[in-house]
Design a protein around this ligand. Structure first.
Ligand SMILES: [Zn+2]
Ligand SMILES: [Zn+2]
Ligand SMILES: [Zn+2]
Length: 221
């Protein structure tokens, strides 16, 4: 991989794509799980409450419903007063901290019977306990609430050229959906689909930008 390819790969990763580099063809295969309704990103590693679909923010909540102070889950567990169990406790009211659902109106918080069952069944850690069966990976879109997602994927080749005259010798490859041309002397990118791959488009300097243009990429489902 050359340095331009590396920076393109890194950029795509920061935008939430799964990025695979095919070393035999020197192309990228990229994919992203997105909402079927609104195209928002979908995160399999995200946990949601099974009852109300609220997202887990990696925080503890004070078990005292009148206090409800929250603490980062990375807090020093030794701060808890109950050192034997290393159970973290609230520094205001001294109650035990749970990994509760954040939604006050969630049945897991409002219904005392259900709440006690959850505490018992989660090793007294709360709904978002690591092995809890009351949490699920993302099931509903965070933006529109839709419950269906799909993988968007694309092939992409990065071509580094000195200047636009070098582009005359390029021929597109059928297996590649998208090209990113990088002009060394201008330090600019052209993000273009195979469909739009015609020489006068490639040589139009106005189409070259300082950064990748993800919106130009063509995906297949
Ligand atoms: Zn909930
Ligand atoms: Zn408290
Ligand atoms: Zn959505």
């Amino acid at each position: 991989m050359n340095i331009v390819e590396k920076s393109v790969g890194y950029k795509l990763e920061t935008l939430g794509f799964d990025v695979f580099y095919d070393y035999s063809n020197n192309i990228f295969n990229i994919s992203k799980l997105i909402c079927k309704n609104c195209d928002a990103s979908w995160f399999n590693e995200l946990n949601q409450c099974i009852f109300c679909s609220s997202t887990f923010f990696y925080s503890y909540t004070c078990s005292n419903r009148d206090c409800l102070k929250t603490f980062s889950i990375t807090m020093d567990k030794k701060k808890g007063n109950d050192k034997k169990k290393s159970t973290p406790t609230c520094d205001i009211c001294n109650s035990i901290l749970y990994k509760d659902c954040f939604n006050d109106d969630c049945i897991s918080n409002k219904n005392t019977f259900i709440r006690e069952e959850i505490i018992n069944l989660t090793n007294e850690e709360g709904l978002f306990f690591n092995k809890s069966s009351f949490k699920i990976s993302q099931h509903w879109c965070l933006k529109c609430g839709n419950n269906q997602s799909y993988y968007n994927s694309a092939t992409l080749k990065v071509e580094v050229v000195n200047n636009i005259n070098d582009l005359e010798k390029f021929k597109k490859n059928k297996i590649i959906n998208n090209y990113i041309f990088y002009l060394l002397n201008n330090e600019k990118f052209l993000t273009i689909t195979s469909n739009d791959f015609v020489l006068n488009e490639l040589q139009d300097l106005n189409k070259y930008k300082d950064d990748l243009e993800i919106k130009n990429l063509k995906f297949v489902y």
